[in-house]
Design a protein around this ligand. Structure first.
Ligand code: HEC
Length: 504
């Protein structure tokens, strides 16, 4: 589906040049080759992709500002403004009391009534003197130059990861705040706790009287790690979250509803889930296994017809932009297109301008970069805009991407690589290396039992249980791991079946 321009130019033979001239826009340091703009073709629309800012640092949130600039935050507590026409960047805030082991500064939203209330709401992690990590919601005021006068509006428990988060402001002027589960499963379905929720607050941080649980900020619950939250033009609120080993989800978020986690991952379809399927648990509008790690999401309406009335969803692990077309009521996902796969690395957020231009931000300088990243120019903000139409005669019918490959390398890439990495070396201090691992090269049954059951490491990191894979898939992926990292013999499906049936 993704075709880069060299080949399509040759095939269609209608474009005189295949690369636009370099747009020398970024004011920082040396200019990377990647700032050259590039063509990208949809069915009938030609897009122009251009890096408009580079050498940034794990950009978490982007918002279209009242000044027609992009306001963006990075995980190291900085907020800046970017002029999308010139590439000029002006820093307007450096928070000092953020805590970044994994996360740091996360989401940010601007007050919609800006003329009267030039406020920016920011959520970040903070470590208290007693070493307890909290997650703060702080309001800043823009004085025309910088963000000043911080006012703490609300504070909830935090954690190294699993914090969420994303902020939006509703038409009725409430803050909606998607929070992570903090890995504390007991309290996700309890409205007295802030984890695994969409919280709803007044803009002064107080709890609205019409919230579903009196005195509680909880508005909807049952989420794991939500990093995408957006309203559609018709006022529907969608939330995107990370699943565990399976089932990343996009849900239509509604007041007082539960979205299943931790009892249910994705659809309530497994036997052990069906025992726990409460009537109130809402099924996702879209779920992904293998997981893709969805992050920021925005609703699209603009001059790219293929993408009209769609949710644009960035992904970290899958390193792609997902276009989720919606039905006319904006309640269901009717189709999915995957673009820019592996082109820019991890993508954390997306922002749509009023004229329909799209901006995506990379997150290759966060704690978990993929192989080959960060690139020298990372992190970047990339502009995507319509630049023309493909003549009818030159259009080529494209097939939707097929993710269902059963091939062993693809299974490893889908299920293991995000932690253990393509070269099997893992991430120091978090995910162990599989190269020269005794478990990989040793007894097959022991290895299979480990992969089937998963494990919690002393560092707090977890290896998910992979019992949901079929015997054939598990045989293929363990054969791959043993062959590639252990240089030892294959595993057969029968051996997986035997390991699965062993009692503890
Ligand atoms: C979400 C991250 C994550 C994913 C995905 C993951 N693992 Fe792991 N893996 C871990 C962690 C964490 C450990 C350490 C667990 C422990 O120490 O108890 C681990 C340990 C292992 C070990 C033991 C290594 C050793 O020598 O100690 C093997 C083998 C392994 N994983 C294989 C796999 C395979 C095969 C897959 C894909 C099917 C996979 N893992 C997917 C996180 C992950």
């Amino acid at each position: 589906m993704k075709r880069l321009i060299g080949s399509i130019c040759a095939a269609a033979g209608i474009f005189a040049t295949c690369t636009f001239s370099a747009g020398h826009r970024t004011f920082r340091d040396d200019l990377p080759a990647t700032s050259e703009s590039e063509r990208y073709e949809l069915d009938s629309t030609v897009l122009k992709l251009e890096t408009i800012a580079s050498h940034l640092n794990a950009v978490w949130d982007m918002a279209w500002g009242p000044d027609q600039w992009i306001w963006f935050s990075d995980q190291d507590g900085k907020v800046s403004r970017l002029n999308p026409a010139t590439g000029q960047i002006v820093d307007i805030l450096q928070i000092h009391d953020y805590y970044r082991k994994r996360l740091g500064l996360m989401s940010m939203v601007l007050h919609p009534d800006w003329q009267k209330h030039p406020h920016v709401f920011i959520n970040y992690s903070h470590m208290q003197p007693d070493s307890v990590i909290v997650s703060k919601l702080v309001r800043y005021t823009y004085n025309g130059k910088t963000l000043v006068a911080p006012k703490l509006l609300y504070q909830i428990p935090g954690y190294l990861g699993h914090n969420g988060s994303r902020l939006v402001i509703s038409k009725d002027r409430k803050i909606l705040w998607a929070t992570g589960d903090l890995k504390k499963h007991e309290t996700i379905q309890n409205p007295a706790f802030a984890n695994g929720k969409v919280l709803r607050l007044n803009l002064d941080g107080s709890i609205p009287e019409d919230n579903p649980y009196p005195g509680s900020a909880a508005w909807a619950m049952g989420f794991r790690v939500p990093q995408g939250l957006t309203y559609t033009a018709g006022g529907k609120l969608f939330i995107a979250e990370h699943g565990d080993a399976t089932d990343d989800e996009v849900n239509l978020a509604q007041k007082r509803k539960s979205y299943g986690w931790p009892a249910i991952a994705g659809f309530c379809d497994l036997p052990e889930e069906q025992r726990n399927c409460p009537d109130s648990a809402v099924a996702p509008v879209k779920a992904w296994t293998p997981t893709i790690a969805p992050a920021g999401m925005d609703y699209y309406r603009g001059n790219i017809p293929e993408w009209n009335n769609a949710l644009l969803l960035t992904t970290l692990k899958d390193q792609s932009l997902r276009v989720l077309r919606l039905d006319s009521k904006q309640e269901k996902v009717t189709g999915e297109q995957v673009v820019f796969s592996k082109k820019f690395g991890r993508l954390r957020d997306v922002c749509v301008s009023p004229s329909g231009d799209i901006y995506i931000s990379t997150s290759n300088r966060d704690w978990n970069p993929p192989a080959g990243f960060p690139a020298q120019a990372d992190d970047r903000i990339i502009q995507i805009r319509r630049s023309g139409t493909i003549p009818k005669a030159a259009r080529i019918v494209k097939k939707e991407q097929n993710n269902g490959s059963g091939d062993a390398a693809a299974l490893y890439a889908s299920f293991c690589e995000s932690c253990h990495k393509a070269d099997g070396q893992g991430v120091r201090g978090s995910f162990p290396s599989l190269v020269a691992s005794r478990l990989v090269a040793g007894d097959k049954t022991e290895l299979l039992r480990f992969i089937l059951k998963g494990s919690q490491a002393a560092t707090g990191e977890a290896m998910p249980a992979f019992s949901f894979l079929t015997d054939a898939q598990l045989a293929a992926v363990s054969t791959f791991v043993r062959g590639k990292f252990g240089k030892v013999s294959e595993v057969r499906a029968g051996e997986v079946a035997q390991a699965r049936n062993l009692r503890d």
